[in-house]
Ligand binder design. Structure first.
Ligand code: UDX
Length: 441
C-alpha cells in the first residue's frame, strides 16, 4: 500500500519505518527540514534503540522516503496523523495547533476513498471535529491510537499488545459503509504479520480516543499508587520494593509499573493526565477525574522529597555541596528530557545552591539545551569526582552496574541516593556508603 505519515517525531518516524518494514511504500512528512534531512539520510534524529538499523534496512529497499512537502502525501491511500499535542504553556489543556495545521495542509491532497488515521493523543471530541471537516472530500477519518513506549518504540509498533480502530458509526453505533471500507484499508496496512496475532478492538471515535488517555491515566495512577505507599514506607521503616513484589504476585495487580522512585515524566503521561482533566472539565464531568490531580501531586512530591533527602544526608544543607546526578533522560534508553524527573531534581538542587554535575549516556545534549548553565560530565566516574553526594536519577543499565568500590575511590563522601530503587543497599553499605532511597529504610 502507499502510506503517508504526517509528523516524524518519536511516534511518526518509528511508525513510518515500521510500515516500510511491513512492505508498504511510505513517505514521512515533517515541517522541520533538519529532521527530514536526517531521516532521508537514514539517520535517526533522536536516540531510539533499533531505529537506526530499521531505517538503514528500510531506506535500502527504496520504499521509505521523507519530505517537507505535503504534496508528497498525494496518491497515498492511508495517511497517518502523528503530530504532537503538547501541553499549553501555563494550562492543563493540550495544544491542538499541530493537529490542525497538519490536517489543513493535508486536506487539499486527499482523494476519494483515502483514509486519514489519527494516531496523536488528543482530547476526546477531536476526531469528530476532524471528520466533520472531511465531509464532501470522499476521504474517511479513523482513530487508531498508538501505545508505543520510548525505548521500545520499534518493538511496540511491530508487536503491539492490541490494535484499536475508532470508526465512523451511524446513530445505532454501527460502522457506516465508509467505516467498513476504512477498516478494510487498516486491515491491509496491518496485515501479516501483525493482524493475525494481535487483538483488535473495533469501536467508535469517542471510545478509541478515550482508550489512549484511559490507558495512560491507569499507568500513571499505578506509579503514583506505589509512590504513595513509598511515603507510608518512609514513615514506618518499611521497604516499598518488597511491598511491590508482594502485592505484584497477585495476578489481578501485577508487578509491572510498580517501581517506586522519582516517578513518571516524559512527553506523554504528565501532559496526558492534565489534558484529560482539562477535557473532563469542558465536558462537565471534572469530578470523575479529580483523582488524577492527586496522582499528579503525589508524582511531583517525589521530586521535592529527593531534594530533602539530599539535604538530610548532607547534614541539613546542600548549599555549596557537590552533587553528581546520574541520568537526565526521563527514563533509560531514551534521550528525551521532556518533564524529566532527573533533570527537574538536578535543576532544583542547583537553584538551591548545590554545585550539580549531570551526566547521561544519551541525553546530555538535550539537557544542555534546557539548562545551559549546568555542568555536564561524560561519565558517572567523571561526574562523581569529589562529590559530596551521588544521585542515581535515571536507571540506565550502566548505572545499575556501577561498582561501589570504583565509585567510592573518586568521591569526597560516600553518600548515594537511589532515586529509582535499583541498587542493592546491602552491597553499597558493605562498601562503606551511606545508602538512601525513596520508600526504603
Ligand atoms: C508511555 C506509555 O507507557 C505508552 O503506552 C504511551 O504510548 C506513551 O506514554 P513512555 O512515556 O515512553 O510511554 O514511558 P513509560 O515507559 O510508560 O514510562 C513513563 C514514566 O514512568 C518514566 O518516567 C518512568 O521512569 C516512570 N515509571 C515507569 C516509574 O516511575 N515507575 C514504573 O514502575 C514505571
Amino acid at each position: 500500500m502507499r502510506i503517508s505519515v504526517i509528523g516524524c517525531g518519536y511516534l511518526g518516524a518509528v511508525h513510518a519505518a515500521c510500515m516500510a518494514k511491513l512492505g508498504h511504500e511510505v513517505v514521512g512528512i515533517d515541517v522541520d527540514p533538519r529532521k527530514v534531512a536526517s531521516l532521508e539520510a537514514g539517520e535517526a534524529p533522536f536516540y531510539e534503540p533499533g531505529l537506526p538499523e530499521l531505517l538503514a534496512e528500510t531506506k535500502a529497499t527504496g520504499r521509505l522516503t521523507f519530505s517537507t512537502d505535503m504534496e508528497a502525501a498525494a496518491g497515498a491511500q492511508v495517511h497517518f496523523l502523528c503530530v504532537g499535542t503538547p501541553q499549553v504553556h501555563g494550562e492543563f489543556r493540550a495544544d491542538l495547533s499541530y493537529v490542525d495545521s497538519a490536517f489543513e495542509a493535508l486536506r487539499p491532497f486527499l482523494a476519494e476513498g483515502d483514509v486519514v488515521a489519527g494516531k496523536s493523543t488528543v482530547p476526546v471530541g477531536t476526531a469528530e471535529n476532524l471528520a466533520a471537516r472531511l465531509e464532501g472530500s470522499g476521504a474517511t477519518l479513523v482513530w487508531n491510537p498508538e501505545f508505543l513506549r520510548e525505548g521500545f518504540a520499534v518493538k511496540d509498533t511491530l508487536h503491539p499488545d492490541r490494535l484499536v480502530y475508532g470508526l465512523p458509526t451511524d446513530d445505532e453505533g454501527v460502522p457506516t459503509a465508509a467505516g467498513d471500507a476504512a477498516k478494510a484499508a487498516l486491515d491491509e496496512v496491518y496485515a501479516t504479520p501483525l493482524a493475525d496475532r494481535t487483538p483488535l478492538v473495533v469501536t467508535d471515535y469517542a471510545t478509541a480516543q478515550l482508550v489512549k488517555v484511559a490507558a495512560n491515566s491507569f499507568l500513571a495512577t499505578k506509579i503514583s499508587f506505589i509512590n504513595a505507599m513509598a511515603e507510608l514506607c518512609e514513615a514506618t521503616g518499611a521497604d516499598v520494593t518488597r511491598l511491590a513484589d508482594a502485592i505484584g504476585y497477585d495476578a489481578r495487580i501485577g508487578r509491572r509499573f510498580l517501581n517506586a522512585g522519582l516517578g513518571f515524566g516524559g512527553g506523554c503521561l504528565p501532559k496526558d493526565i492534565r489534558a484529560f482533566m482539562a477535557r473532563a472539565g469542558e465536558l462537565g464531568v471534572s469530578d470523575a477525574l479529580t483523582f488524577l490531580a492527586e496522582v499528579d501531586s503525589i508524582n511531583m512530591r517525589r521530586r521535592v522529597r529527593m531534594v530533602d533527602l539530599a539535604r538530610e544526608v548532607c547534614h541539613g544543607s546542600i548549599v555549596g555541596r557537590k552533587v553528581a546526578v546520574l541520568g537526565a533522560a526521563f527514563k533509560p534508553d531514551s534521550d528525551d528530557v521532556r518533564d524529566s524527573p532527573a533533570l527537574s531534581v538536578a535543576a532544583q538542587m542547583q537553584l538551591q545552591g548545590a554545585h550539580v554535575t549531570l551526566t547521561d549516556p544519551q541525553a546530555v545534549a538535550n539537557a544542555q539545551a534546557k539548562w545551559p548553565d549546568m555542568k555536564f560530565a561524560h561519565s558517572a566516574l567523571e561526574a562523581a569526582a569529589d562529590a559530596d553526594v551521588v544521585l542515581l536519577a535515571t536507571e540506565w543499565q550502566e548505572y545499575r552496574d556501577l561498582d561501589p568500590d570504583e565509585l567510592g575511590a573518586v568521591v569526597a563522601h560516600k553518600r548515594i541516593l537511589d532515586g529509582r530503587n535499583v541498587l542493592d543497599p546491602v552491597r553499597w553499605r558493605a562498601a562503606g556508603w551511606t545508602y538512601r532511597a525513596l520508600g526504603r529504610p
